[in-house]
Design a binder for this molecule. Sequence first.
Ligand code: PGA
Length: 241
Amino acid sequence: MVVHVFKTPEELAQAAAMVFAAQIAKKPDTVLGLATGSTPVGTYRELARLNRLGLIDFSEVRTYNLDEYIGLEPTHDQSYRYFMNDNLFNHINIKMENTHVPCGTGADHWADARAYDEAVEAAGGIDLQLLGIGHNGHIGFNEPNDKFIYGTNIVKLTRSTIDANKIYFPTEDDMPKEAISFGIGGIMKAKAVILLALGKGKAQAIHDTVHGEIDPKCPASILKAHPNTIIMVDEAAGSML
Ligand code: PGA
């Protein structure tokens, strides 16, 4: 695990986008694992800019997102499919059919979870996995737990996550309390992982990830056992390192 601390979120976004550019230059049909939330927005903006300049070509790239709320249609403006289209896919030359977000509205969520893992396997696995981190150390929606959950799974969101994300919904009652999330096993199988964190609210989780024991109570701590993980933080998120 290597840790880079950046002075500003803009510098972090530029550096993170460069990691993606290098990966896609090396393997044009790269399989990306992508994340939602406020943290990657600057990186997505930078990727769109580099794509406009002709410096990254997404035409053969395939993507698999980490998670989706249970019960939100892809057209809902707080669904993660909507977020990805709005923040990235509509601004780059990716083929929409090559983009994948777990389905949160199927009849059998566990069947959808298994199918998602099979689809990622069939695509050859994730080459580069982008992650944010929750205040509680979650990655994807893999919340603190007594054990690490291997496969894509259906998760009950914790109070910490509900508090962090309810601001995007008219009221807390409108926010789904369950999600479908790519599992820790899928993340750990990625050939490379890049975890981004911004702001003081993430300082404890970053500290526990980098300096704590590997412990499912801080799901991101498992990344210590990953052979190729880069953690990029701004000074606030890195303030407890
Ligand atoms: P955030 O969410 O980027 O909106 O802080 C990150 C996460 O919960 O993984």
